[in-house]
Design a protein around this ligand. Structure first.
Ligand SMILES: Cc1cc2nc3c(=O)[nH]c(=O)nc-3n(C[C@H](O)[C@H](O)[C@H](O)COP(=O)(O)OP(=O)(O)OC[C@H]3O[C@@H](n4cnc5c(N)ncnc54)[C@H](O)[C@@H]3O)c2cc1C
Length: 402
């Protein structure tokens, strides 16, 4: 009998899993809380073994065609003077076929590749999971109750499935005492596939970029702060919070804050990770940020989601015993997850300089880089941890039926 699988979340992990489950002959339903696919968003990297997954999906050409095609980045002073520049691939630690794409463009490519073979239900979410010997009985906020053989939480950092099946988010959160906000803003700097970074003060960083084919730009505000209390549904309150953090700072920050206030795609979240002792319980498992968010600082969240989807679907197809398949999914993924999560702490120190002196030193090093003896060796040493983490899994060849 064909197994029926419910995926919560139509971000990156959910549709990628739906793709592979269909190829393995499963019946798949995706339930997404948002009323439609969440497009737009920041740029994300696809690196190492995740590139191989996208190639196996037959989507690599499409992904490359939609890449951000960034030229590079410049660190600027509060007067807007260029202090140091880097080409895009060095800046993004990319290698070979690694690529960068707007998150929303990738989400759309994955959705388009699966929408004909997958049942997508938008504007609904799971409210209850009742596990019985013959399956999980699921209740929804809007739709009628249904039974599935397996439920996969691919519903991101604030996963509803994780909360229902494993407990409160707080129990699995590894905090870095940092926050990030991203908004689409007008391209007033007339950036052409170029990024500007300004270290605004100790513990505060702003970056603005515009990608290929975009008429607008994205502005990101990063800051260090102890755990803050705020209402996750109160967007205006979160905008106030970000504006307060950057109030009175120079460069173009006041204008960027005004543009952030006007943005309708404002995003705000702590920079944190999800760390779980086990990814599955009974007939429920977690995928992507829901189970092993590595944080935006790692630059590897999208790759983890794509690789996790491939491995989970493959293991489910390989074993008749679902519990065995879930345990194999976890043991295949565990070292890869840990290596990629380990990248975030160091990366975050570079993204949000803790002092003016550290920011000055950082920028100075980047400026002097072309003249340093052994420059290539230094760059290689900096890129090695991310390259090793990005390749820390060998893809199995799972047999496909479609
Ligand atoms: C600012 C920022 C920058 C980043 N930069 C990078 C980068 O450079 N490189 C990189 O690799 N990664 C980056 N990431 C991380 C990356 O976007 C995620 O790790 C990746 O998208 C994981 O995908 P996901 O499908 O697990 O989660 P998501 O993409 O978050 O998708 C989860 C989906 O579930 C839906 N959902 C939420 N709750 C429910 C519910 N209760 N029921 C149903 N649906 C629900 C959401 O609406 C969403 O559509 C960045 C993240 C951020 C925030």
């Amino acid at each position: 009998m064909t197994k029926s699988i419910l995926i919560s979340g139509a971000g990156i992990a959910g549709p990628a899993l739906a793709f592979w489950l269909h190829r393995h002959g499963f019946e798949t339903t995706v339930v997404e809380r948002a009323p439609s696919l969440r497009e737009g968003g920041y740029k994300v990297d696809i690196r190492g073994v995740a590139v191989a997954v996208v190639r196996r999906m037959g989507l690599l050409e499409e992904v490359h065609a939609a890449s951000t095609d960034m030229r590079g980045a410049a660190f600027v002073s509060k007067r807007g003077k260029e202090l140091a520049t880097l080409d895009a691939d060095t800046f993004g630690f990319r290698h070979g076929d690694d690529t960068e794409i707007l998150r929303g463009d990738l989400a759309k490519i994955l959705y388009d590749a699966t929408r004909d073979d997958t049942e997508y239900v938008f504007g609904d979410w799971i409210t209850g999971l009742d596990e019985r010997p013959d399956g999980v009985y699921v209740t929804f906020a809007c739709g009628a109750p249904r039974r599935f053989d397996l439920v996969v939480g691919a519903d991101g950092l604030h996963s509803g499935v994780r909360a229902l099946a494993f407990g409160p988010e707080e129990d699995f959160l590894r905090r870095f005492d940092a926050y990030i906000s991203i908004s689409t803003v007008p391209n007033t700097f007339e950036l052409d596939r170029w990024e500007l970074l300004h270290s605004a003060a100790a513990g505060k960083m702003v970056n603005v970029y515009s990608t290929a084919r975009a008429d607008d730009a994205k502005a990101a505000f990063w800051f260090s702060a102890p755990p803050l209390t705020y209402d996750r549904r109160d967007v205006d309150g979160q905008k106030d919070l970000v504006a307060d953090q950057f109030a009175g700072l120079g460069w173009e920050i006041p204008e960027l804050l005004s543009a952030m206030r006007a943005a309708d795609d404002f995003y705000f979240d702590p920079v944190c990770q999800i760390v779980m002792d086990h990814l599955s319980t009974g007939r429920v498992t977690l995928l992507g940020d829901a189970g092993y968010c590595a944080s935006p600082a790692s630059g590897q969240g999208t790759s983890l989601a794509l690789v996790g989807a491939y491995v989970l679907a493959g293991e489910l197809a390989t074993s008749d015993d679902q519990a065995v398949a879930l345990s194999r999914y976890e043991s295949e993924m565990r070292p890869y997850i840990e290596k990629n999560q380990a990248l975030a702490k160091t990366a975050l120190r570079g993204i949000i300089p803790s002092s003016r002196a550290f920011a000055w030193f950082n920028t100075r090093m980047i400026k002097l880089m072309p003249y340093l003896p052994g420059r290539n060796r230094v760059l290689e040493q900096m890129a090695r941890p991310i390259r090793e983490a990005a390749n820390a899994l060998v893809l199995k060849d799972y047999a496909l039926v479609a």
